[in-house]
Design a protein around this ligand. Sequence first.
Ligand code: 6R9
Length: 646
Amino acid sequence: MSSPTFFPVTEEVAAAAWVDEAKYKAMYEQSVKDPDAFWGEHGKRIDWFTPYTKVKNTSFEGDVSIRWFEDGTTNVAYNCVDRHLATRGDQTAIIWEGDNPAESAHITYRELHEKVSRLANVLKAQGVKKGDRVTIYLPMIPEAAYAMLACARVGAIHSIVFGGFSPDSLYDRIVDCDSKLVITADEGLRGGRKVPLKANVDKALEKAPGVTSVIVVKRTGGNVAWNEARDHWYHDEMAKVSAENAAEVMGAEDPLFILYTSGSTGKPKGVLHTTGGYLVYAAMTHQYVFDYHEGDIYWCTADVGWVTGHSYIVYGPLANGATTLMFEGIPNYPSVSRFWEVIDKHKVNIFYTAPTAIRALMREGEAPVKKTSRASLRLLGSVGEPINPEAWLWYHGVVGDGRCPIVDTWWQTETGGILITPLPGAIGQKPGSATLPFFGVQPQVVDNEGTILEGATEGNLCIVDSWPGQMRTVFGDHERFIQTYFSTFKGKYFTGDGCRRDEDGYYWITGRVDDVINVSGHRLGTAEIESALVAHPKVAEAAVVGYPHDLKGQGIYAYVTLNAGEDPTEELRKELVAWVRKEIGPIATPDLIQWAPGLPKTRSGKIMRRILRKIAANEHEALGDTSTLADPNVVNDLVSSRMNRG
Ligand code: 6R9
């Protein structure tokens, strides 16, 4: 029996949704034909202190300049909090569900307003001013949202570093943007285990004297070292300040946040997002893609350390006055039913998660899902990597009981919000396809020479014109911004992804075509992992590639050449794995390390990754032409030792 390959929009869903098929077509058409009129209208969905008179002023040529609503002024925290007080002060803004199922909390918009205002005053008391950078290294607790919004309120630029990153990675990110202040917690709690956040900050700051204050939230009460001159307890400082704070007046193009993300070369870059366009886009996509309606309980399982958490846990939902659920834990603690139990406990209507979580839970069978009700669910979403049709069908059939549309949302840290996605009332779904572009988004498929490919085709995915949520620059390095995104295909934003477009115009993202790998939905640059490996005193050279992995989507495969005289022992293999975890963080843990007496290189010394990818994937028959290699025997050696390992 073959599975259905098309899931049409049901009449019931279309009738209740913001947008049906006809409306999608009309709105899309207007959005690309007359972006000024379209966004001029939709920009009004947020409150402006001074209304904008200019809408779009963007160019992907030359110096690349992207400005939206440029003469308007507003404040993101005002829009996410203050403007809701009159109508929904007593409504829950954030439902917090702890790692431990016995712990949860409801925070109303009024409470959120008080916390954010106080924390804004704490920041000011610490000398933080408009334009200053603040690093946030927190677990998934409400204080993470307070911290983001407090920065936005005073006009400081936040840079969140995911709690799974090592002290070294944290150090790099603090120094790159020159943060003066760090907000962290004593410890995080995930799956019953403690994460030593404050200790990691202490280590990172040994080398970063520029940080003059650290605000520490007490989460577990665990023991932490204390630097009297620098460290402050969050609860003490919050009690000292007033609960009145006037939101700073921000220009639409004033920076809101920096978020570091991996690319194909060098260290992670600071993706910079600004105020007005970002918020309009995050809020609008949140409403239309998830078909968010007043009163819905909405849950995105991402961590605020990733862009998904920024746009779809905090900024988009709160700008819309939604109730957003924030989950501290993991999908399999205390049991593999946890997600579904949380859905029942809080009557979640809209659920947004990642394929890697779906695949892991699918492996546990239907029983842990079926013992829960999930009757509240209306819509399911997926993000972070391509979802394989098998996982899609399981998500749809088992989790959603065949009742809920799935929005497979393709986007990136750089795009600020969702670019390609079904709208549940308008676009029928094909399992594994991100389907069609959101309003204002003009995808284009090009071959490696940049020739535009029409109709059903496959190639490199570009976007030809700007949308309001687009990143504006790489923090401190505009040249790198131009080089990375606008130079491969001149005048177009190159996504780094490959895609196929089918005969219905649906887009199927096939994965990265550059040296970025996607492990469980987390982006890693192969160059970063290589440079961590070669920093080890026994390693001469390393090459890292992704390979297909059942649960993670891609796994990390490292080829390592040792210094002369070093023995390739099992012990050293373990040591290198631990080393990379220490250098970058657990998300970069290599899955396989293969000893490589030599690496396949061209005569000019370039490592032939294409070949290494094939060997890692066990596709030995399809290695292609190896005659241009400096030493073709290297490949035979690698293949035979790969085969011996199975
Ligand atoms: C939001 C986010 C971006 C990369 C992107 C692509 C992959 C994300 C996807 C998807 C296929 C989807 N990706 N969503 N691939 N289908 N629905 O994940 O941002 O961490 O920057 O990663 O993730 O390869 O280029 P980010």
